[in-house]
Design a protein around this ligand. Structure first.
Ligand code: ZN
Length: 65
């Protein structure tokens, strides 16, 4: 399982096996018009950035309404 992480807004998206890897953060593009290059990791960035995880709802990419 791999995750796509945005260093700018800290968006973390879990990739499905058959999903295409986005090159740029969709949130930064949608909200700020910025092309922020994302990076892949085996674990969500927030997990190793913050060891004590709170029970957050699943981090799904919010579809812009
Ligand atoms: Zn972003």
């Amino acid at each position: 399982m791999s995750y796509v992480n945005c260093p700018r807004c800290r968006l973390t998206v879990r990739l499905r096996d058959d999903a295409l890897t986005p090159e740029y953060c969709p949130r930064c593009a949608a909200k700020h018009g910025v092309q922020s290059k994302v990076y892949l990791s085996a674990t969500p960035a927030r997990l190793f950035a913050r060891p004590q995880t709170t029970a957050e709802p699943t981090t799904q990419p919010a579809a812009p309404a």
